[in-house]
Ligand binder design. Structure first.
Ligand code: PMP
Length: 323
């Protein structure tokens, strides 16, 4: 709990999952002052339980807090809370490779107040849920993506770079439209010129063009994905040329036309790596890599999951041991 009169964050407790009683006038219900994170814990073959890059997720939570006028959390204490909670619930971390325990920390403003100003009372909660394998058959199935040309997700100076619920509520309609047309996800373009690639629904995006890797640079409206960062570190480590820059959607379609677009993939905590098999932009449709999983995407997937499940050495110090 956070209470300005009680000197800030206080009273950390672990309780069984149960309904929450809040005033209907709670600020969060009306003005959406809230932030969240999504990360995972994994059980390795020898029973060790690890969390993937928790410090990075907690740091991003504080970036979100700052933008939403929510008081920052003590990063050491938040990490300690994550570790203690998962240690206590270690029986809930599933064992099969591919499965994991999803961790959802979130903060909401709970002050009953109908005026608009930063609230004085907040709750920081962490809930957990075991999740099955994202790729049930172990195959990375390529997805079909619709390049969004009607709706916009984020603009410069807005909240696109942080994890706040409104971003997701505002993207539902675009996703629904895309799904009706037979596409699993949308690829967002910039909110100004409707030209530069930003990110996918819940993933960042990468392109392999003529042997080199391209991803949109962080510009204040793209979420700084932890998986994105991990992929960038690996690509650099492997000595593959990497470009973090503005990427126009027309350049991707042109690269495809020239036969240079080798792979496209999304990155995120849920799927880790998600190959893209088809892209539709206005009336143009392209198939990428014969709608098959590319070698580069597969290698990234195997490396990151290998580190998560303890089959590969954690040379980047990405996993935090719980027990
Ligand atoms: N973009 C958005 C909008 C997301 O919701 C997510 C998922 N958190 C990502 C990108 C990928 O981020 P991460 O790799 O940290 O899961």
């Amino acid at each position: 709990d956070y209470d300005i009169e009680e000197g800030g964050w206080h009273n950390p407790t672990i309780k069984p999952f149960s309904p929450l009683s809040l005033s209907p006038a709670s600020f969060v219900f009306h003005y959406g002052q809230a932030v969240f994170e999504g990360l995972k814990a994994y059980k390795q073959a020898d029973g060790t339980i690890v969390i993937f890059r928790p410090e990075k997720h907690i740091a991003r939570l504080n970036t979100s807090n700052e933008r939403l006028c929510i008081p920052k959390v003590d990063e050491k204490l938040a990490l300690e809370a994550l570790v203690q909670l998962i240690e206590l619930e270690s029986d809930w971390v599933p064992e099969k490779e591919g499965t994991s325990l999803y961790i959802r920390p979130f903060i909401i403003s709970v002050e009953p107040y109908l005026g608009v100003r930063p609230s004085y009372h907040y709750k920081f909660m962490i809930i957990l849920s075991p999740v099955g394998a994202y790729y049930a058959d172990g195959q990375l199935n390529p997805v079909k993506i619709f390049v969004e040309d009607e709706f916009v997700r984020a603009v410069k100076g807005g909240v696109g770079h942080v994890k706040t619920p409104g971003n997701y509520a505002a993207s539902l309609l675009a996703q629904e439209h895309a799904q009706k047309k037979g596409y699993e996800q949308v690829l967002w373009l910039d909110g100004k010129e409707n030209k530069y690639i930003e990110e996918v629904g819940s993933m960042n995006i990468f392109f392999k063009i003529n042997g080199e890797i391209y991803t949109p640079k962080l510009n204040g409206s793209i979420l700084s994905g932890v998986t994105r960062d991990s992929v960038i570190e690996l690509v650099k480590d492997w000595g593959v040329p990497l470009h973090e820059e503005r990427i126009a959607i027309e350049d991707i379609f042109e690269a495809h036309q020239k036969g240079l677009l080798e792979e496209v993939f999304g990155t995120g905590t849920a799927a880790v790596i998600s190959p893209v098999g088809e892209l539709r932009w206005e009336d143009k449709v392209i198939t990428i890599n014969n709608n098959e999983t590319g070698e580069f995407a597969k290698k990234l997937y195997d490396t990151i999951t290998g580190i998560q499940y303890g089959k590969l050495e954690d040379t980047f110090n990405w996993v935090k041991k719980v027990k």
